[in-house]
Design a protein around this ligand. Structure first.
Ligand code: HEM
Length: 408
């Protein structure tokens, strides 16, 4: 058995195998021991889970508590980048991604109706409209343009703002502060300040909606007296953050990946029916929400190892989605692949609430972009694209693109 691997400066995150593949050390660990002991910078021992089967099993088992989940949200009461040992985190009201049943169940249930496949289908046409309008605006610009700024970030921000009833004009408040909040190396007090700014803003917003509800998801929740203002604020924060950061990075990194795989892109353009499958494959291949944390509430068996009660467990969805035991040639992007079963939306009780919405946004986004900008290309060499290895959600900071033929 291999010895525990020390983690001197956070997990290996450098993309030394290319912008889309898992870091080499993570791949080596998965090959050697898919459930590996790790030693964190503060000296406590935890575990890193990289094998597909083990990750799936762990996420299905709520004895691996989510109360230490710093993954999507990076809840700001812990050491930046790394969890502390053994103690479950205090609960932030409303932040149900970091809760266990029954607290989690009570809050998630209040939202399932708003995010059903049927409700999302009804929104599809409207989301396509928002996407096409954003592409109209981009087409009016003289290239090169930054695809993140002009397309990938505005589309999901517009969509989630409208659904929640958050004025889009206030986007600076949440876009700038969530960026600070999601950056790994930012000192804790700055994170706290950014978090405070967003929650102060959202608390005022939901208080207004409680007094005078409108036609949106936060108003519907505000009508429910069972939810406190603190809980409404936490839910609003979670939905707003999860609803734009992840999808924006999928759209921009997905475009980068398609531009780097011209044959795959040509196939998609020739046959738009491939799009739903291609979106699943891009989700698998890119796994932008990669690292999640759990904590063992009792001694638990996983992948032949015994995880002691109180251990911190780090999960890499990217490593699991690139496990050759589950996906053949996992480091190859193949739009024909049956990629369903990937773990990019998580698994188990916390499986992504917004997944149908995200799928619709991605289908509309990639479809519109490929159709209307057939000659889209990178405006800088690929190795100069700034990768978000410093952020909790992977992607690109900017994606300068250009085109030769007038957009359609
Ligand atoms: C949960 C990924 C888009 C809302 C999750 C989880 C993952 C994920 C991996 C599981 C977290 C865990 O187990 O700890 C993604 C990706 C997206 C995306 C990759 C885009 C491509 C969205 C959107 C929304 C959303 C558009 C809109 C509301 C949520 C919420 C949870 C969640 C509320 C927490 C669910 C719970 O704890 O029960 N997401 N997500 N996500 N996601 Fe998403």
């Amino acid at each position: 058995m291999s010895e525990p691997v020390p983690v001197p400066h956070g997990l290996p995150m450098e993309r030394d195998a290319g912008p889309f593949d898992p870091p080499r050390q993570i791949t080596r660990l998965r090959e050697a021991r898919p459930v590996s002991p790790l030693i964190f910078p503060d000296g406590h021992q935890g575990w890193l889970v990289t094998g597909y089967e083990a990750v799936r099993q762990l996420m299905a088992d709520t004895r691996f508590s989510s109360r230490q989940d710093l993954g999507v949200l990076h809840v700001p009461y812990e050491t930046p980048g790394m969890p502390v040992a053994t103690e479950p985190s205090p609960q932030v009201p409303g932040l149900f991604v970091a809760m266990d049943p029954p607290d989690h169940t009570r809050l998630r249930r209040k939202l399932t109706g708003a995010f059903t496949v049927k409700r999302m289908k009804q929104l599809e046409e409207h989301i396509v409209d928002i996407t096409e309008r954003q592409l109209d605006e981009m087409a009016r610009l003289a290239p090169p343009v930054d695809l993140v700024k002009e397309f990938a970030l505005p589309v999901p921000s517009l969509v989630i703002c409208e659904l929640l009833g958050v004025p889009y004009a206030d986007r600076e408040t949440f876009q700038v502060n969530t960026a600070t909040f999601m950056e790994k190396e930012v000192p804790l007090d700055e994170k706290m300040a950014a978090y405070g700014a967003i929650t102060t803003y959202l608390a005022e917003l939901v208080t207004g909606k409680r007094a005078e509800p409108g036609e949106d998801i936060l108003s519907d929740l505000a009508r429910d007296d069972d939810l406190s203002i603190e809980e409404l604020t936490g839910i609003a924060f979670l939905l707003l953050l999860a609803g734009h950061e992840t999808t924006a990075n999928m759209l921009s990194l997905g475009t980068f990946a398609l531009l780097q795989h011209p044959e795959q892109r040509a196939e998609l353009r020739a046959d738009p029916d491939l799009m739903p499958g291609a979106v699943e494959e891009l989700m698998r291949y890119l796994s932008v929400a990669d690292i999640f944390y759990r904590y063992a509430t009792e001694d638990l068996e996983l992948g032949g190892e015994t995880i002691g009660k109180g251990s911190t467990v780090v999960v890499s969805l990217l490593a699991a989605n690139h496990d050759p035991e589950r996906f053949e040639n996992p480091d190859t992007l193949d739009v024909h692949r049956k990629a369903r079963g990937h773990l990019s939306f998580g698994h188990g009780v916390h499986q992504c609430l917004g997944q149908q919405l995200a799928r619709i946004e991605m289908r509309a986004g990639f479809d519109g972009l490929l159709r209307r900008f057939p000659t889209l290309e990178l405006a800088i060499p690929a190795d100069e694209v700034k990768l978000r290895t410093d952020m909790n959600i992977y992607g690109v900071h900017e994606l300068p693109v250009t085109w030769t033929e007038s957009p359609r």
